[in-house]
Design a protein. Sequence first.
Length: 197
Amino acid sequence: MKHVNILAALGILLTACQFGFAQTGSGKSSGLYLTSRDFEEQKLSYSIDCKNKNDKIRLNDFFGSSSGFVLSNGEKHKFDKKNVYGYHTCDNKNFRFFGNSAYQILDTAGFYIYYQYRSVEQTKGKGLVKADFYFFSKKGDDEITVLNSDNLKKAFPENHRLHYAIDANFKSDQDLAAYDSFQKTYKIKYLYDESVK
């Protein structure tokens, strides 16, 4: 009977330990991707605990600054955006640095699609207006360019099926960012996949 009680106590202790480790391991984290390979492997450097209010990533976006810093476990780590691929946020979004700017990575299948929400001057009226902008790159470490039909055709010059699909399915360049919520994919990605079959 004594052995049964010891075994039961050990079982409860092991279960409690497993639960404790699972809780710490499953916490949300944020951090930097030093390289495109790190992003592909989801390997974070200078990881921060999203539950810790003192841990944070600061980009210093004012006036196009090329530097930022990470506060992790009470330590400050400076970084240069030119030498870091990107970062992962606590709300599970990924961003890539290119030309001192951060671009949200929306999709990586076939080619990369990026998004920015930034201020632009109005043609009529005063002040700046926020607008959505979409970009793409062939690979994760290639140059980021504006998502438009001409740039897509230049990026894939031999893919004539894609060229014809773009002409047939999109009335304007703004339509290239259309997302099909039923298929859960960007329409241009679906057409690209079909064109390479």
